[in-house]
Ligand binder design. Structure first.
Ligand code: SIN
Ligand code: CO
Length: 355
């Protein structure tokens, strides 16, 4: 647990902008209230909020970085954590006394106080039983061991499993920079589902040639069971298949993301001319990563055309290519085709971000 301060921090987002986002059905939001000690939760879109002067409510908007360049730039400042471990930037607005109650998150989180003050209390990992019948996950036992009043620019890191509760001290806004960490079950479910969608290699099928008439037709045949047991025990994807899947899995955009392509398709020469003049940048929702010789973008595995790997790695690391780098990269015809396809898909944009 650590508390840190960013001096002179001024929130780059106003509450009104957050309220507008929460009203949109493209944004994932929740309204939590505890009026007269009664917890309630409403999922967005939220067209009408309680009066701002009414204490005890809190609005939470997930993935604000996906809808705003400045907030996306703020999340980028946390890239000392690898992209594959960073999830999103959630913003909460609360009136006096508002919060989401004592709870535990399964992921690490940085809590950055953006406006006003919030009192945080934390408790070490322990009893995770929940209040039954509550509309949100509230710890039944919460015995805080430490407490801080966070002011704008203060930041608290909470590791997974630690109980925490933040209560607004007057009107306030808090940014949560959340991490992602797959569980074994989540990963294997996705892996096995992908493997079943596209089986690789020959697909043998059981055959019972030579079977004699069944005496006990209700009994599972031993040879059929034996064959299935063997397949279950010996099925082994290759190392290359596993690595390929891992890269695709870790760059899968979040399910609510929708990419919009450009209004008009650029000719090859127009794409080259404008990219070379102003540079290229990944859309703020694009997830791109590399490992060894492999490159991954938005859940796809890419074979880097010969001689182009350095440009693709740079694009993944810096999320942009300067005009000079874009010019050099586009000298490779195969890479130029790939980048133009990504631009067409809305994954890659021309020019600098407007922050
Ligand atoms: C909040 O901003 O109110 C909740 C953030 C958290 O507890 O993770
Ligand atoms: Co939390």
């Amino acid at each position: 647990m650590a508390r840190q301060a960013l001096p002179h921090f001024v929130s780059p987002i106003e509450p009104e902008r957050l309220f507008a986002m929460a009203a949109s059905d493209e944004v994932d939001s929740r309204l939590v209230s505890a009026f007269d000690g009664q917890w309630a939760m409403q999922r967005g879109p939220i067209a009408r909020l309680p009066a701002r002067r009414k204490p005890g409510w809190s609005l939470l908007v997930n993935g604000v970085d996906r809808h705003d360049d400045v907030m996306s730039a703020l999340l980028q400042r946390f890239r000392f954590v690898p992209d594959a471990r960073l999830d999103d930037l959630m913003v909460s607005f609360a009136t006096d006394g508002g919060g989401v109650g004592p709870h535990v998150d399964s992921y690490d989180v940085f809590l950055l106080q953006a406006r006003g003050k919030r009192r945080w209390r934390i408790s070490p990992p322990g009893d995770e039983r929940l209040v039954s019948g509550a509309p949100l996950k509230l710890l039944a036992q919460f015995e805080p061991t430490e407490s801080w009043l966070l002011e704008p620019g203060d930041m608290l890191y909470v590791p997974p499993g630690w109980g925490h509760e933040g209560v607004a001290d007057g009107e306030c806004m808090t940014f949560s920079i959340g991490f992602r960490a797959p569980s074994r079950h989540e990963f294997l479910t996705a892996f096995l589902s992908a493997a079943s969608d596209s089986p690789t290699g020959p697909d043998p099928r059981f055959s019972d040639r030579g079977r004699i008439a069944a005496q006990r037709p209700g009994e599972l045949p031993a040879d059929l069971v034996g064959q299935l047991q063997t397949w279950a025990r010996t099925w082994q994807p290759t190392a290359a298949e596993i690595d390929r899947f891992i890269g695709c899995y870790l760059t899968e955009p979040s399910p609510s993301v929708w990419f919009d392509g450009p209004e008009r398709t650029l000719s090859e020469s127009a794409f080259k001319r404008t990219s070379t003049a102003t540079g290229l940048r990944l859309d703020r929702c694009t997830r791109m990563a590399w490992r060894g010789t492999r490159l991954f973008i938005n859940g796809e595995s890419i074979d880097a055309p010969p001689g182009t790997r350095r440009w693709l790695r740079r694009l993944a690391d810096e999320r942009s290519l300067s005009p000079v780098d874009a010019g050099a990269a586009l000298e490779h015809a195969a890479l130029a085709d790939l980048l133009r396809d990504w631009h067409e898909a809305g994954w890659l944009l021309i020019g600098k971000a407007s922050d």
